[in-house]
Every structure is written in structure tokens, then in C-alpha cells.
Design a protein around this ligand. Structure first.
Ligand SMILES: [Fe+2]
Length: 367
């Protein structure tokens, strides 16, 4: 979505912070008199609220799966999936301090591991979530009474408010399963709109056949009686084989985009809007040897490497990556990708929320 008016080229302007530098003795005394009334002079905090362009404390960072996997495997000896509720290692942005623990200020990311026979107990929450499955066989997630079995690269979205639990049905000796999770934890925290309920039993009853939501809504048709409702999300599973097929189809007929290679957006099939209420998700393929053109946008984006290897340059920081690695490009930072081996990148951000609120902007640079 393009900006309705241009904020990208700012006119020459006076410095809004000029009046805040070097408070006089009289001003300092005034601050002291109003502070006991829980008042704060607006001009004193202007530097926080009046940047010429978006600022973020978040830093560009990469998490290497080969370094993290041993710690994930160790975690199964430390705590069970049931005890932990979700046995996961959160990816904490090194630029965030205090209570914030997201990969950006609005969204989280984590690697989760389950052993055969384990159940991660049923709960529901207002946060929107998704799972991108990475490795292993026999895992399912059950959403609102439907089991969905997961394979590598599958995206499973978790609309807010629906009961869900996870399990690993592999027999004894079957390797653990690992997937990547994300939630809009920080966003719900900012709005102070979070509800979280645990179900009375570990498993929420499964009442619908495997494949029922995708079967009804994933084929370009909907049940004849269905009438779309706002924020109505009826399909949860986006199998990698189908999404990768769509990318290959795009590649066969369209020119390579200098910024994105070939890129598709996950959508709600009943509306064509983003697949989730707050988070946008994309999958792109970038050919070997490609260097993308510089780009920045107001949504801090997180990338999960599905295939290939390369590096991403964010400002003065270079992030090398390979399959299952995760890296983050914070808000409004120029970046480009350099592809060493044909790559498929999954990415997500709070762009869906920003678009709904009229806050999303992008800028495309020249090589
Ligand atoms: Fe959950």
C-alpha cells in the first residue's frame, strides 16, 4: 500500500527540539512544581515523539540454527512440554531492554521442540500466532477442533481466540520435532488487550476431520452458504508444496523483481486480505548470484531461511544465513540481500496491522 501523502521527502523545517535544549533555571523550577501533579511538560519530551523519520531501539541480528539446536535438544532434559506449556527458546532482540523480549517491539519469534508422545496443553489467547514447521515427522497442531499435521515449510496460522494444542505422535525413538513460532505479543501488550486462558484438559476435543478447513476454503471456492465477515479466518494450513508451487509458477512467467525476486503473500482465501489479523507473511525465491536493490519500510521484518544461503546487509551490519536461520531487519533500515545459493525466504512483520492503521510506508532505493 503506497502512502496517501509523501512523508518520505521532508521539507526544510525548523528544529522542533530547539526549545527543549538547555532548560533555564526558571523552566527547571517549573518542571519541579508540576511533577507532583503527575504532569509532564510536552516540550520536555518532544525529542521522543518528534523524530523526522521512524526510530527503533531494535538492532539487526541473526540467530544461527546450528548454534541453537544443541540448546533446544538440551531443553528436553530440563523441562517437559506440559510443564513449560510451550517449550521454546525466544529470540530476543539485543537492542531491547527491560521487560521487552520480542524480536521486534511488536512481534516475537521462537524455536519450539517436542518429543514423541508429548502434548503441549490446550490454551487460547488474543494474540495472533503462526507456526512455520522446520524438521521432524509426526507433529500436529490442533486448532478449534481440527488436527493439522505439519511438514517442512508448512505455515499454520493461529487466529486469535481459538483453542489449540500441539502433539508429537511419533513412536518411541522418533526424533524430536522443531518448528518456528511467532506471536504479536508486543503489539497486544501495547494495546493492553491480552487475554490468555488454559483449557481444563491437556487436549481440546478434536471434532472435525483432518483437512476440513483447507478442504472447504483452500480450493478457490467456499461453501455456498458462507458469507464473509470482517476478521473472519477460516483456513489455517498453508502447505509448503502449494506455496512453493505458486512461487515456481510466478517465476515461470514473470520477470525477476529487483527488490524481491519472486514473492508471494499469504492471504485469507475468503477475502484476499492478509492471512492474519496483525501480521503479514510472505515467501520469496531469490536466484543464485542476485543482489537485491536497497529497500526499507516501517515494518521491522523477520526472515526465516527455508532454502539456500547468502547474506543480508542492514546499514553497516552484515548477517550471514543458511537454512533454518532467522534474521531481523528493524524498522526503516536500508537493507539488501546477496544470494550465494538459490534461496527461499519466509518473512513476517506487523505490516498487516500497520496497513489497517494507516501507518505503513516503504521506500525503494537505487543500486
Ligand atoms: Fe498459543
Amino acid at each position: 500500500m503506497a502512502a496517501a501523502f509523501s512523508l518520505l521527502q521532508q521539507p526544510a523545517r525548523r528544529d522542533p527540539m530547539a526549545s527543549t535544549s538547555g532548560a533555564s533555571q526558571e523552566q527547571e523550577a517549573y518542571f519541579g512544581r508540576v511533577a507532583p501533579l503527575n504532569l509532564l511538560p510536552a516540550w520536555k519530551v518532544m525529542p521522543i515523539y518528534a523524530p523526522a523519520e521512524p526510530k527503533t531501539p531494535c538492532l539487526p541480528a541473526v540467530w544461527h540454527f546450528r548454534e541453537i539446536k544443541p540448546h533446544l535438544l538440551e531443553s528436553v532434559r530440563v523441562i517437559s512440554a506440559k510443564e513449560a506449556e510451550r517449550r521454546a527458546l525466544l529470540l530476543h532482540n539485543p537492542g531491547l531492554t527491560g521487560a521487552a523480549h520480542g524480536i521486534t517491539q511488536t512481534i516475537s519469534g521462537d524455536y519450539q521442540i517436542m518429543l514423541p508422545g508429548e502434548i503441549a496443553p490446550a490454551h487460547r489467547h488474543t494474540q495472533t500466532a503462526f507456526r512455520l514447521f522446520l524438521e521432524g515427522d509426526g507433529a500436529f497442531t490442533a486448532i478449534d477442533g481440527e488436527k493439522i499435521y505439519m511438514k517442512r515449510g508448512d505455515l499454520i496460522i493461529q487466529p486469535p481466540g481459538l483453542w489449540h494444542h500441539h502433539g508429537h505422535e511419533g513412536g518411541p525413538g522418533t526424533p524430536p520435532v522443531i518448528w518456528f513460532d511467532a506471536l504479536d505479543v508486543g503489539l497486544c501488550g501495547i494495546f493492553e488487550s491480552t487475554f490468555f486462558h488454559s483449557f481444563t484438559q491437556d487436549e481440546f476435543p478434536v471434532t472435525r476431520p483432518v483437512g476440513s478447513t483447507r478442504g472447504r476454503y483452500g480450493s478457490g471456492v467456499v461453501p455456498a452458504s458462507y458469507r464473509p465477515q470482517p476478521l473472519d479466518y477460516r483456513m489455517y494450513a498453508y502447505p509448503y508444496a502449494a506455496t512453493r508451487g505458486a512461487l515456481d509458477s510466478l517465476r515461470a512467467t514473470e520477470a525477476c523483481d529487483p527488490y524481491d525476486g519472486w514473492k508471494v503473500r499469504y492471504v485469507n482465501p475468503t477475502t484476499g486480505d492478509h492471512a492474519m489479523t496483525t501480521m503479514a507473511a510472505h515467501l520469496q525465491i531469490l536466484p543464485s548470484g542476485m543482489t537485491t536493490a536497497p529497500y526499507r519500510s516501517t515494518d521491522g521484518a523477520v526472515f526465516v531461511v527455508v532454502e539456500g544461503h547468502g547474506r543480508t546487509v542492514v546499514g553497516g551490519t552484515t548477517l550471514d544465513w543458511e537454512p533454518n536461520d532467522v534474521f531481523v531487519v528493524p524498522s526503516w533500515q536500508w537493507h539488501h540481500h546477496e544470494i550465494a545459493g538459490e534461496a527461499v525466504l519466509f518473512s513476517y512483520s506487523d505490516r498487516a496491522a500497520q496497513e489497517r492503521l494507516g501507518l505503513w510506508f516503504e521506500e525503494r532505493g537505487n543500486r
